[in-house]
Design a protein around this ligand. Structure first.
Ligand code: HEM
Length: 275
């Protein structure tokens, strides 16, 4: 009798399709190129790369949720939004790993980062646009990357997740003003009393409007987790670089703090004072 754990298993020892091949691991695991010779740079690179992978899934799933809402397939969208919440939890956890980096460790890498900055993350910007934080100026840093720039322009001119949710409310008979349903989607969304009244009606009678109530709370979850991510970013940056400016040229922590005042789904927050 062999003492190997695999002795009685029908394992394919020469698989035609391999794990590494399916996942393209040679490229994925060959994509870390530390420049400083400092051992802590691997942490910095991997947390960023892992975050970009989660952002990729976040964007992918948000696209699915938006399709579901637009097609009145709300159950599908709710299922996807539940997954988005878990993806966001992974993104937030990333800060705990990165926060083990001390200011001195980061200072050794900083000269090697040059002018590169998360500010130039095209996926993050596309995601913010899809979620409704439209700011055309922020796409300009991608001008020289035709593919990214085109994707950002598309995301800017298309309805956001919240715009689609308001369209759904209108189709369900709520009095959503025309100005919220057919507007220039590139412009930032302006909160309005009629939209708040519609959500308020849903919150006052959850049993009658259960799926819309569930949608509203999932949107609140999403925005809450996005704020947690932004907050952890801001605090981690304060912890690691203090009051220094960013590699992307901004004021650093003060620039990041300003994002904490943004609201994606404003009426879902204001209605809470009226319940
Ligand atoms: C030591 C770690 C980090 C530091 C010191 C840092 C610092 C900064 C600073 C100062 C900015 C403002 C723009 C600038 O002037 O560069 C910024 C923006 C940004 N960073 Fe980080 N960051 C860190 C880690 C990360 C990680 C892990 C991600 C994950 C993808 C990330 C994503 C972003 C994004 C998306 C922005 C743009 C935010 C916006 O415009 O609202 N950063 N970062």
């Amino acid at each position: 009798m062999s003492d190997s754990r695999a002795a009685d298993e029908a394992i394919d020892w020469q698989p035609a399709q391999t794990y590494a091949g399916y996942l393209d691991l040679d490229r994925l695991l060959g994509a870390q190129h530390p420049r400083s010779g400092d051992r802590d740079e691997m942490l910095f690179i991997i947390v960023h790369q892992a975050s970009e992978l989660w952002l990729k899934l976040f964007l992918h799933e948000i696209g699915g949720a938006m399709q579901g809402i637009a097609a009145d397939a709300l159950d599908d969208a709710l299922k996807v939004l539940a997954r988005v919440g878990r993806v966001q939890a992974q993104l937030i956890e990333g800060w705990d790993v990165l926060a083990t980096m001390t200011p001195a460790e980061y200072a050794r890498l900083r000269p090697h980062l040059g002018t590169s900055s998360g500010f130039q993350s095209a996926q993050y910007r596309e995601l913010e646009f899809r979620l409704g934080n439209k700011d055309a100026r922020l796409a300009e840093v991608h001008r020289r990357d035709a593919g990214a720039y085109a994707r950002l322009q598309t995301a800017l001119r298309e309805a956001s997740l919240y715009d689609l949710a308001l369209g759904l409310l209108a189709r369900r008979g709520f009095a959503i003003p025309e100005a919220a349903l057919a507007r220039d989607w590139r412009a930032a969304y302006a909160p309005c009393a009629d939209v708040e009244a519609a959500w308020l009606a849903i919150y006052r009678d959850p049993e009658k409007y259960w799926d819309l109530y569930d949608l509203a709370e999932k949107l609140v979850d999403l925005e809450d987790r996005l704020q947690q991510w932004r907050f952890r970013h801001w605090r981690t940056v304060q912890r690691i670089i203090g009051t220094k400016s960013g590699t992307g040229g901004s004021s650093g922590a003060p620039y990041l703090a300003r994002a904490l005042d943004l609201r994606l789904f404003p009426e879902l927050w204001t209605l809470r004072a009226r319940l």
